[in-house]
Design a protein around this ligand. Sequence first.
Ligand code: SF4
Length: 368
Amino acid sequence: MTKNNDYKAHIEQLKRHSFDIGTYRPPSEGGSFSLLLRFTQNCPWNKCTFCGMYKRDKFVYRSVEEIKTDIDSVKAISDAITAVSWKLGHGGQADSDVGVAILRADPSFHTNQCFISVFNWLASGAGTAFVQDANSLIMRPPEFVEVLKYLRETLPTLTRVTTYARSKTLAQRRPEELKEICDAGLTRIHVGLETGDDELLQIVRKGVTGEEQIEGGKKAIEAGFQLSEYWMPDLGGRERWRQHAENTARVLTAINPHYIRSRPFVPWKGTPICEDYERGDLHLSSPHERLEELRLMIQNLDVTSKVCFDHAMNSWQHNRGGLLFRQDYEGYKFPDEKPVLLDRIQEGLDVDESTHTHVKDIMGVRSL
Ligand code: SF4
């Protein structure tokens, strides 16, 4: 029978290593237990009026050495978990018995985010990583390329490496720089488009125009990346719903990204846009009005993208009481499933509006 003493050295190795993990990542990366690695900290823009994610925190540009040290720590933690597994006769697999053995040997691992993150990543196949924080493309391209290559060499099981980026930064990068970053191992980029409407982009201080979003998105696709674009139903409220829907559809059609993901707007307490709402300058749409906006956007959308509702705020109900839209990460494949989606929207409009969750019912859950 294996005793704790047999793998004590590996437990000590686990304790010695840590790396920087940020708070935010897309739901699809959480669902695939992607390894979270922070190449930069927080948001270099940090001005969008609806966003509270990094408001209290300054942007930090991390050095290549720091990032490589973090990657080495992930490798050391991963090796230690694998070694415990071999000692237990589990063939190097990170399974529940291995996890229990490590937690019994040292209960402090229950709250050790680095251990938990690497363990879950190994248990799910060690295939995907998400590079944090809000705009990794802000890194100087040669440095980004260097750390991506190092990541791929050090953790060769990775098949997908993704990150957040701003459209503006993508538009500013030269095509050959983006190609080098793609070739170095970054495979997918998640972009917060929010809206394609220029007036609304200016109001929410997104720092980009619709044309720049098109340019950035097209450049990313041409460089070889998979592209996820997030838009925000009801960002313009009742005041601007029509222009928001029409121009978002126009810009997304011009980009034709691989994924279009819906993140319905919730005013976070403490953000400037929440103050607009509280002053009465912005009126939130009702659930049916949001569906009307969604219908107009979808009707105008001419893409081959996958249109996804993989976020809890897409909480509309259908007439049998379940969620109106599938919330999986692959969504509805356009153009084939566009009629299916339009039928679902009609179904959501046919049920009594009180069946749906109103955004006001969940406001205040998050505050700064
Ligand atoms: S760029 Fe993204 S993370 Fe930064 S403030 Fe805007 S929405 Fe927030």
